[in-house]
Design a protein around this ligand. Sequence first.
Ligand code: B12
Length: 219
Amino acid sequence: MTVESLFEALKKTLEEYEPEKAAEIAQELIEAQVDPLKVIDEVLSPTMEIIGDKFDKMDIFLPELMGAAEAMQSATSVLTKHIKSTTERSVTKGKVVIGTVHGDIHEIGKNIVKIMLEVSGFEVFDLGKDVPSMQFIEKAGEVGADMIALSALMTTTMVSQKEVIELLTALGKRDDYIVIIGGAPTTATWQQEIGADGWAETAVQAAKLATDLLKKKAR
Ligand code: B12
């Protein structure tokens, strides 16, 4: 099969909710030496977006959305194992506490950001999904984090990103951590509005952002 036809086949596994086949095709793409990030950015994420729109328009319902998400996760878990590290593992750029904010169970994008941070040399502490705001701050204190990374996928949960920053400020800890935010509904404008230090649209940009912000702080 050509790479193009493997891309098409992978797309179909999301549309037809086939997680096992998704993993198989992801493995074939790895064997064909295709860049795993290209597969995530050019095939999986856009397909998931189309599926999200269908859900929005009620062309499909929650079980189908969950099936597609399962296929995406299955492919992503194969692909992310093969994202090449850009730094020596022994060199740690800094510590990041990451999670999806309170009220929000979307974690696929956050997991990709986590991997990108790890392969860029960060030590990452993943709190998972639906994380209470205070837990980010407690964990950051416990591990001596440099940065807190907050993912939110819904307009209704973006406010929890704001809440974490407000809590940090109230506790007199706002300057202790760099706070970065992301997730489909978030924007640079939202970042400025809530006083976060950075925002990125994709996982690759997130890793670059984290590196740049940390360098700036060290200066
Ligand atoms: C998959 C999915 C699900 C899966 C999630 C599975 C999982 N384990 O994560 C399931 C089926 C469980 C689900 C459930 C629900 N979902 Co949903 N879901 C989606 C969908 C289709 C795709 C999200 C996704 O994984 N995208 C792929 C990843 C790779 O992209 P990403 O998350 O955006 O991440 C990238 C960037 O944003 C960025 N990034 C992400 N996080 C961070 C963090 C930082 C710090 C940085 C810098 C960058 C960054 O980097 C990532 C990689 O490049 C979206 C539609 C969409 N277009 O987003 C709807 C969507 C988010 N869901 C929606 C809804 C409504 C729900 C439900 C409420 C449905 C229901 N009725 O129960 C529940 C949520 C319950 C809850 N309390 O959270 C709505 C939200 C509407 C809104 N209010 O804004 C959307 C937009 C669909 C729609 N169009 O209506 N969902």
